[in-house]
Design a binder for this molecule. Structure first.
Ligand SMILES: [Zn+2]
Length: 374
């Protein structure tokens, strides 16, 4: 199925709206933070929370929950528009409003639980080690990410998606053999019921260690040929062959260390300027958020560039290991049509937002491989 020009026109339109919403979200978030600090809402909230809960762990948790819920409520119209209205208008979502709201509630609850744990640990470190907290906090975050990567397929993804073992014995055998050739131990091949939520296709190698598995969206399994599915999974296995988990762990550790170190410098400075009680002062929580958010924003083009490089290597592996450029090209064309992916985004969009090479570049890579083999 070649690239559909009408779908490309829609993809461009959809992308343009999304980029504007991204910028709007950024500006409004910054404005909200500045307003909170200017009006002293952060100090006011701290006083209320301390009056309600004299226990330091409880008051920290309360402060975080109120801040998170307030942010979520304030930005709800924006997430409703981009997550529900737009994706329906462009035919990407298959969810009812009720199902979408349930997912939002689940995501919120997960955010409170996981975020709550992170905040409690960070504030305990801020209180106990005001000078070296950032080092310990980085170590904790890296460890947490490894644990979550391992637990996600069994604990987190099932909260949102239904999984079942793939029943297609022939395809399972083919994909398992492909994994064996890549010296990757996988514990099973699963389908994920993506069609309950979206029309878009996806596949992944999920989990870490004993939870590592091949996962195909049913939206992919139902519409792609076995050859096309094989090339997509070969790409995923390419990540394993190239030790991308180790690479991303190393890069993640470096950027976490840098981010927390910068947050520390900013927090020490701003807390002194604004005469807060110390860096563990709950009133300074928005400043910690500001520092980490700003760092994340500046660091993301860098981490995206790194990711695009690793992704292009995984594409090369997919082509070399399957030696089937037409299947690779076919899969990419289908993905572009089905997922409303822009073939050639503007360079600044790619630079800021793309963690995979745009499909136009991936197609060229496939075509170059086909030409070289001819
Ligand atoms: Zn990839």
């Amino acid at each position: 199925m070649p690239i559909d020009p009408e779908r490309q026109r829609q993809a461009k339109e959809y992308a343009r709206i999304h980029h504007r919403l991204w910028a709007l979200d950024l500006v409004l978030s910054a404005l909200a933070l500045v307003t909170v600090l200017a009006l002293g809402l952060n100090v006011w909230l701290k006083q209320i929370v301390l009056a309600l809960a004299p226990n330091v762990w409880l008051s920290t948790f309360l402060y975080f929950v109120v801040a998170l819920v307030a942010y979520g409520a304030l930005f709800f119209p924006l997430s409703y528009y981009s997550g529900y209205v737009l994706s329906h208008r462009y035919g990407l979502s298959t969810q009812t409003l009720r199902a979408w709201l349930v997912d939002v509630a689940k995501g919120g609850a997960l955010g409170i639980i996981l975020g709550g744990v992170v905040i409690e640990v960070i504030y305990a470190l801020l209180r106990a080690a005001p000078a070296g907290w950032w080092l310990w906090a980085s170590a904790f975050m890296v460890l947490l990410n490894v644990v979550l990567a391992n637990l996600a397929p069994v604990l987190i993804f099932p909260i949102f998606f239904k999984f079942k073992p793939l029943e297609d014995a022939e395809l399972v055998a083919r994909l398992t053999a492909l994994a064996a050739r890549a010296h990757t131990r996988v514990r099973g091949v699963y389908t994920m019921m993506l069609s309950e939520k979206t029309t878009a296709a996806n596949a992944a190698l999920m989990g870490l260690g004993n939870t590592r598995r091949i996962v195909l969206g049913d939206t992919l399994y139902n519409q792609y040929t076995p050859d096309e599915i094989e090339t997509i999974i070969a790409h995923e296995l390419g990540h394993h062959v190239h030790h991308d988990i180790g690479w991303s762990l190393a890069a993640g550790t470096l950027s976490t260390l840098l981010g927390f170190w910068i947050a520390n410098v900013f927090l020490q400075w701003s807390v002194a300027q604004l005469h807060y009680a110390g860096i563990a002062d709950l009133a300074a929580f928005p400043l910690l958020g500001l520092a980490l958010g700003a760092f994340g924003l500046i660091a993301s083009p860098l981490s995206n560039a790194f990711s695009r490089w690793r992704e292009s290597l995984a594409d090369a592996y997919a082509l070399q290991s399957t030696r089937n450029a037409p299947a690779f090209i076919g899969a990419m064309e289908k993905l572009a049509n089905q997922n409303l992916a822009e073939l050639e985004p503007e360079p600044w969009v790619e630079f800021l937002l793309y963690d995979h090479p745009p499909i136009g570049k991936r197609l060229k890579c496939g075509e170059a491989f086909a030409t070289a083999r001819r």
